[in-house]
Ligand binder design. Structure first.
Ligand code: FPP
Length: 224
């Protein structure tokens, strides 16, 4: 049976969910946040150590301002409401991505990371303003400062995910089968599960089913 240390998730389908329910795309995001909370709880129950959530990509800035603002206000409210409780539950929050947000958001993210930095039950890596290609460019530039010959370990060590083991599995909801510039390097050997349900409809039972399926997969890493 495979042990599961790290689960990564592309939480796709909020906007469509909102429209499908004759409401707004933003309503779908609000509902999606409820699923985030359920999956955090379930990850703890299943003794997952790292949960990486794709919350906002470097490409998501292209969306209408109203939607972008709504997503960040959702995040702000979530952190203000929940960071103490996350801390009490021994959960560590880490932001992965390029941290060029508003001053206020930057400060809130910083405080949230610092407050929870010593925790070790579950680490939530929140991918915000994250793009895998820009992460790789960042890593190469860091290494290039030393002007040395690059090996795989150097690249891993300079990614936003330094010191975090690669995901064992990736789940993408929303009936779309692509990686969307998410963890391209780190997913090299991950098992990938594409889920038809839209993110707000995804529940703990669906999650558990995927985890159980993963445990039974024979992972070869190029061997036989
Ligand atoms: C993709 O759905 C989802 C996002 C771009 C945002 C994810 C945000 C949440 C789940 C809620 C907020 C989370 C936190 C942690 C505060 P989409 O809108 O691209 O879906 P679509 O394919 O239906 O348009």
């Amino acid at each position: 049976m495979n042990h599961i240390k790290h689960v990564a998730i592309i939480m796709d389908g909020n906007g469509r969910w909102g429209i499908k329910h004759k409401k707004s795309r933003n309503f779908g995001h609000k509902e999606g946040l409820k699923t985030v909370e359920k999956i955090i709880k379930s990850s703890i129950k299943n003794k997952i150590k790292y949960l990486t959530l794709f919350a906002f990509s470097t490409e998501n800035w292209k969306r209408p301002k109203k939607e972008v603002n709504f997503l960040f206000s959702l995040l702000e409210n979530f952190l203000l409401r929940k960071i103490s409780s996350l801390n009490k539950q021994n959960i560590k929050l880490k932001i992965i991505g390029k941290k060029n947000f508003s001053k206020k958001m930057h400060k809130l993210l910083d405080i949230s990371e610092k407050k929870t930095s010593k925790n070790n039950r579950l680490q939530i890596n929140l991918a915000l303003n994250y793009g895998s290609k820009s992460e790789l460019v960042h890593s190469f530039n860091e290494i290039n400062k030393d002007k040395k010959k690059i090996n795989e370990n150097d690249i891993s060590k300079h990614l936003y995910t330094q010191n975090i083991p690669d995901p064992d599995l990736l789940i993408r909801t929303g009936n779309t089968q692509r990686l969307s510039n998410f963890l391209l390097w780190q997913l090299a050997y991950s098992e990938i599960f594409f889920e038809k349900k839209l993110w707000p409809d995804f529940n703990e039972r669906d999650y558990k089913k995927i985890l159980e399926k993963f445990k039974k997969i024979k992972r070869n890493y190029g061997n036989i």
